[in-house]
Design a binder for this molecule. Sequence first.
Ligand SMILES: Cc1cc2nc3c(=O)[nH]c(=O)nc-3n(C[C@H](O)[C@H](O)[C@H](O)COP(=O)(O)OP(=O)(O)OC[C@H]3O[C@@H](n4cnc5c(N)ncnc54)[C@H](O)[C@@H]3O)c2cc1C
Length: 463
Amino acid sequence: MSAAEAVRGRLVRRGDADYEEARIGRVFNARKPDRYPAAILEVADADDVVAGVRLAIEHGWDVSVRSGGHSWAAWSVRDDALLLDLGSLRSIEYDDATGIVAAGPATMGALELAPFLAERGRAFPGGHCATVGIGGYLLQGGQGWNGRAQGWACESVVAVDVVTADGEHVRADAGQNADLYWAARGAGPGFPGIVTRFHLQTYALPEAMWHDTWTFRLDDAEAVIGWLHRVLPTLDRRVEPVMAATRLPDVPLYDGVEHPGGTVLLLHATCMAGSEEEARNLLAGLGDCPVAGRELGRATGPTTVADESIAQTAQNPEGYRYAVDCAWTDAPAEVLAPLLLDIWRELDTEHSFSIWYGWAPARALPDMAFSIEGNVYVATYLIYPDAADDGMYRERVHSRTAAIARAGGVGVYLGDTDFTARQDRFLSPEHYARLEEIRARRDPAGRISGYLTADREGLNIHA
Ligand SMILES: Cc1cc2nc3c(=O)[nH]c(=O)nc-3n(C[C@H](O)[C@H](O)[C@H](O)COP(=O)(O)OP(=O)(O)OC[C@H]3O[C@@H](n4cnc5c(N)ncnc54)[C@H](O)[C@@H]3O)c2cc1C
């Protein structure tokens, strides 16, 4: 049987009627790439991934991969490659004895995995946005709910089922194929294989999730950032403080206070704890705000991952074009605040937003590829409808973020990058070198497409 005959999923070739839909229909960002795969295989099941890799070998094609389709830069869409679309791999199985859940890579973390686990009294740190696929999310790290306490979601990956670049289906964990297991936790699109299933350690569902949300004027940004930098290292890790410069009108406002129009600051702190009282007490760490009294509104109360996902979806609507960049920074508040204000004052569309996400204090990471983080994560999402604005918004987001990177930046989180426009370090130099060795050994022909970059030599360099 030829490799093409062994394939059971739908194979769509360039020139076929459904080619465009298969190429970009599942790419979240409406700014679709001008890259054209030789063919797309919508795999029928995990074994079909093996057949797909053999088909690619037979044709001399590279292999690119799509799970949830949420990469901002559409890493899955590569010229002349065979795109393996894993959209059908969404089974979820839970083992009560071990608390381990096995899930297909296209499973949506908040929309599918979280409710499945909640019914069983369990939880896993899925992405903040409901529809992100766990495939790309876990491979690059995974910044999920309760991340300051629970760590990167990939720290809870106990094993992966992988189709290697030569078409073998293997299990990788701490005891077997340990190099692939190490790489699967942080390599992102540089992972030299295709994950067909993740085995994830789950946790007891927290008894309570609570939020404390403040709305400030942009004019108070410097004071609020200064206070957050002071208080962050003392906050219990179960408190997750995120400040967003947002233009959404639906923010907490006191009775009689009018939305000033345009951009406001939304400080949204969430906390998962053993009881509501404990959550409230932990959030009290944010109680001594120096500009308290100047806020436009404040709301505090119970919340759920499902409610939070609805809010995230409102902020990240489908059908829009996105230009996105990020930086980890150790810069002090007085250096960072003016640079953030440069971005925040320029936000000019309904949905565009930009976040300050408190991550400190530093903690030791387990031995895995993922290896760069800083005190604060900043990311900017410029969201707009019109293709004519691509150039302007891309230039703006990458040049403004580059200024932050130059002033105390320590690198980037792969999840919010576009290396065709701006590159920075995403792994420590030692881990990058180790990953390159693993890639050279596991995929000597370079069949798996890997990082999408404008400058391969400049990859992982922090200027
Ligand atoms: C609206 C939105 C919200 C987001 N929120 C968060 C968030 O809260 N936290 C966070 O950490 N990130 C977040 N992200 C970023 C997101 O996690 C990354 O873009 C991630 O890569 C998406 O995974 P995916 O499987 O959906 O993407 P895809 O585009 O399908 O995959 C991205 C790339 O990862 C690799 N890959 C994916 N699956 C596999 C696999 N099974 N085997 C081998 N390689 C694979 C491939 O190189 C692929 O091209 C968000 C993105 C969007 C669009």
